[in-house]
Design a protein around this ligand. Sequence first.
Ligand code: ADP
Ligand code: ZN
Length: 209
Amino acid sequence: MNIVLLGAPGAGKGTQAAKLVEEQGLCHISTGDILRAAVKDQTPLGVKAKGFMDAGELVPDDLIIDLMKERMEQPDTDKGVILDGFPRTTTQAVALDSMLSELGRPLDAALLIDVDSEVIVTRLTSRRMCRECGNIGSAADGETCLKCGGEMYQRDDDNEETVRNRLDVYDKSTAPLIDYYHGKDLLVKIDGDRDPQVVFTDVVSALGL
Ligand code: ADP
Ligand code: ZN
């Protein structure tokens, strides 16, 4: 099964993806995680991407498409992928269609996790992430990762100004993909403004898992 996750930043895509991986053994590909690792390691990609990410802007399509072509060719994608943070523009969606058709693997669904933008601003500005394992938590959980004991930190792009810019970018560049996938009869919409476990129950039934 190959799935695209759609939804604003902070809608809960990463959380739902982690649950799908745990229960369905799908291969989770998060372009945000790949880019953050590249920035941390100061690879050529990371050096090019950092400024865009800190400003809440999209990294240019050609960089992302090259990155994803390489990633999709790795053998662990055989068992099916859950794409989190890609595609984010129509150009990327068209590129994904041709990658998948070359690999002979059709897309099964585009899952939209729908959350109101004011809810998102509150969620993201209080969001914390583990430096060691990437676990997502909230400022209210304290400074230590509940999973691995690592340090919880605030992402550079989770301040209010950058969050508002990311939401604008989402509305302009990524929201049109909702129509794109609706037109292909692949869109599945889930109300994301509920407890993550309740959202997941809906995801599982919507995907017929
Ligand atoms: P979120 O969904 O919380 O905004 P991500 O972790 O998916 O965050 O992405 C963080 C940043 O990485 C984005 O704001 C953007 O700069 C960059 N990025 C990630 N995926 C893409 C993509 N497919 N195209 C362009 N930029 C991307
Ligand atoms: Zn951790």
